[in-house]
Design a protein around this ligand. Structure first.
Ligand code: ATP
Length: 450
């Protein structure tokens, strides 16, 4: 006899699963673990209620492996204990704890996600969060948590469940077969160019035409072969049909993501929130003319709400030529990550965008122009005025002339190769993708049968 009448009814439970920090620079990838888990659940005919979610958090935290991504998914199950056990086993088996991973796994049984989760997730996008705060959060909200190491992974795991998408993109990640892990990725460069030409802007950041660089293949030993980012599942699947490789891949999975949304830069930075490793934006007035230092990096100050903030524009962003043309008095909006003070530099914002709102007029003193001949006059010596060498006309002093500015009132972004996962590309500015319909047919998940 069952102890309780409900035990025989086998209700459907909605289960949210979040996990993070399973990988290390030496191997593995949290999204691959998600692919393995989905494969197992799919074989058991588990019902998925949405795409798996790949949520990127604050890109400035120092201990991230690559792009500070965490994964979550939402399923319906009649047997939560069995599913949880299977997932726990897979997380333990596939986490690279020997090389420094601190995996965190969170289970939350509920269809609705309380607003506390969303708030936690929003903070993790731009602040540095102490792992004890994540542990306290889990206790207060009755979350089932599992972790190894120091439990740092709990932050991403909770945040991925709590993330509320206003805008989103999708990423199709294709995975290699195990014997190929760590080996060179061979993909036809021409096919990547063709794919971009045929599918842009429904796919983005695949090939940097300026640098001639393929951007969809990672370079480390992780199991990802390529990742194509875009706006809808059909375009991503179409992209895989154009891409050409001789390598036999294992399969792919499409994630819903906040990549390309610029979400980490929505918070306003001010003197209180400008803590080391924070991300955000501010509006202000350039208060010191830019200095170009060794290596070509550009530094200047911005004044905002009675505070001065140091800004750095680094050479690899490709924005140094623009930044070096700023002048004291220009009105700008900037966004980026806060670098902590070092021996040689104060705390400063590493720029991830520069939006020029208004430009001061630049002038200089110049020898006067002869009104009769249109020629520049010559100086007659110290304090002796100027004279036209052609007609002899005289003028007492220099005149002020306008110099055109080599910078425009517009938004400047880093070059495509220097984009972070969260950077909102130019063609996404002003757009919101909130239309993706989740497809129960599982076309978002595929294991190749070869
Ligand atoms: P990959 O992109 O390959 O999945 P990663 O760059 O996501 O790797 P992780 O190994 O997952 O790197 O490490 C990121 C760690 O930082 C995780 O433990 C995550 O929980 C934690 N974390 C995420 N956001 C914050 C934050 N705002 N403050 C503090 N820790 C955070």
């Amino acid at each position: 006899m069952p102890d309780h009448p409900y035990q025989v009814m086998k209700k459907d439970t909605v289960l949210n699963v979040g996990f993070d920090d399973t990988d290390s620079p030496k191997g593995m990838c949290t999204t691959f673990l998600a692919y393995k888990i989905v494969d197992l659940l799919h074989k058991q005919k588990t019902e998925f209620l949405d795409f798996p979610r790949l949520v990127r958090f604050n890109p400035n935290i120092p201990w991230k492996t690559r792009g500070n991504g965490a994964v979550s998914f939402k399923i319906k199950t009649k047997n939560p204990p069995k599913i949880k056990n299977q997932i726990k086993n897979l997380v333990t088996k596939h986490s690279d704890t020997e090389n420094g991973a601190n995996p965190g796994l969170v289970f939350f049984e509920s269809d609705a996600i309380p607003k506390e989760f969303t708030q936690f997730s929003k903070l993790a996008l731009w602040q540095l969060i102490n792992r004890n705060i994540a542990k306290k959060f889990a206790k207060k909200n009755n979350l089932e948590i599992h972790y190894q190491g120091n439990g740092q992974g709990l932050i991403g795991a909770i945040g991925a469940i709590g993330y509320d998408f206003d805008d989103h993109t999708l990423e199709l990640l294709s995975y290699r077969k195990k014997p190929k892990f760590g080996k060179e990725r061979k993909i036809s460069i021409q096919s990547v160019k063709d794919m971009q030409e045929k599918t842009f802007p429904d796919t983005f950041n695949s090939f940097d035409t300026k640098k001639g660089r393929v951007l969809i293949t990672p370079h480390g030993p992780d199991p990802v072969f390529y990742g194509v980012r875009g706006e809808n599942a059909d375009s991503l699947i179409h992209a895989t049909e154009i891409l050409q490789t001789t390598e036999k891949l294992d399969g792919y999975m499409i994630f819903k993501s906040n990549q390309g949304t610029g979400d980490h830069l929505k918070n306003e930075l001010n003197s209180d929130s400008m803590k080391p490793y924070a991300s955000g934006k501010l509006s202000g007035i350039v208060s010191s003319n830019p200095k170009i230092l060794k290596g070509g990096h550009v530094f200047f100050k911005v004044s905002s709400n009675d505070h001065e903030f140091w800004c750095a524009v680094y050479k690899p962003t490709g924005m140094t030529a623009v930044a070096s043309n700023l002048l004291k008095g220009d009105k700008i909006k900037i966004g980026g990550g806060v670098r902590k003070a070092s021996k040689n530099f104060p705390r400063m914002i590493n720029l991830e965008f520069l939006d020029v709102v208004s430009l001061v007029t630049n002038t200089t003193l110049s020898n006067p122009e002869c009104k009769r001949c249109g020629k520049k006059m010559k100086s007659k010596g110290l304090n002796q005025g100027f004279q036209c060498i052609r007609c002899g006309k005289k003028a007492p002093k220099k005149t002020r002339i306008k110099i055109s500015r080599n910078i425009k009132k517009q938004l400047y972004l880093p070059g495509m190769s220097a984009h972070r996962h969260l950077t909102r590309p130019l063609q996404r500015i002003g757009t919101v993708n909130d239309s993706t319909q989740f497809d129960q047919s599982l076309s978002w998940f595929c294991v190749y049968r070869n």
